[in-house]
Ligand binder design. Sequence first.
Ligand SMILES: *[C@@H]1O[C@H](CO)[C@@H](O)[C@H](O)[C@H]1NC(C)=O
Ligand SMILES: *[C@@H]1O[C@H](CO)[C@@H](O)[C@H](O)[C@H]1NC(C)=O
Ligand SMILES: *[C@@H]1O[C@H](CO)[C@@H](O)[C@H](O)[C@H]1NC(C)=O
Ligand SMILES: *[C@@H]1O[C@H](CO)[C@@H](O)[C@H](O)[C@H]1NC(C)=O
Ligand SMILES: *[C@@H]1O[C@H](CO)[C@@H](O)[C@H](O)[C@H]1NC(C)=O
Length: 188
Amino acid sequence: MLGLIPMTCLKWAFFACFVCSSLGLQTPSQSCDPSDLLALKEFAGNLTNGSIKTSWSINNSVCCLWDGVVCGNEGNNDSVASRVSMLIPPKKGLKGILSRSLGRLDKLRLLDLSCNHFEGVLPAELSNLKQLQVLDLSYNMLTGWVSSVLSGLKMIQSLNISSNSFRGDLLELGGFPNLAVFNDMELG
Ligand SMILES: *[C@@H]1O[C@H](CO)[C@@H](O)[C@H](O)[C@H]1NC(C)=O
Ligand SMILES: *[C@@H]1O[C@H](CO)[C@@H](O)[C@H](O)[C@H]1NC(C)=O
Ligand SMILES: *[C@@H]1O[C@H](CO)[C@@H](O)[C@H](O)[C@H]1NC(C)=O
Ligand SMILES: *[C@@H]1O[C@H](CO)[C@@H](O)[C@H](O)[C@H]1NC(C)=O
Ligand SMILES: *[C@@H]1O[C@H](CO)[C@@H](O)[C@H](O)[C@H]1NC(C)=O
């Protein structure tokens, strides 16, 4: 077993800093990819409550400026400049189910939904996130079997699914060639 170190929500900010420096500085872009915009709107539409619901509706179409959304890639690759690469709304009081549309954000490299009130099962579409390197779902109320969904995440390096009500043991799969940090224990 790896990574049994207790982590609290207070540490997410340090973690985000680590991730930003390891993934490279981002070039913000005003407009975002229309399909990513639609996917984010569906994600927000599935929320029953949470701070981003109002803040995201203010700059309605410039999703790369939204709180918790980062677009672009390292380097000067214009073809991905308007694609959402990070979705980071931890501790936003978000309630509701996880939208299937998250699976269409296929340039995502970081998804941090920790410390919210998400419930229900993981949508199978999450396995489409082939470039995802960091996934933090910790401190929510998610249920169901995680193995089949998360086994598609071949690029994953850091995975935190702790403090939910998931079933199944991911480590049995052993299908994560790049995984460096894993946390699935119920730690407080
Ligand atoms: C989840 O685990 C990762 C890896 O151990 C850690 O960096 C992160 O801070 C944890 N998330 C929370 C909310 O504690
Ligand atoms: C989630 O959003 C999708 C797309 O807008 C919608 O079809 C679905 O009914 C929503 N689910 C819930 C539980 O609100
Ligand atoms: C929604 O969240 C706000 C704080 O973000 C809270 O004051 C309000 O009671 C919540 N409403 C529901 C229905 O949970
Ligand atoms: C809306 O966009 C402007 C820049 O165009 C930005 O300064 C402002 O913070 C954004 N507002 C919200 C609520 O995201
Ligand atoms: C830019 O990104 C696209 C899509 O991911 C990729 O096909 C292309 O090879 C990249 N170009 C460079 C120069 O990295």
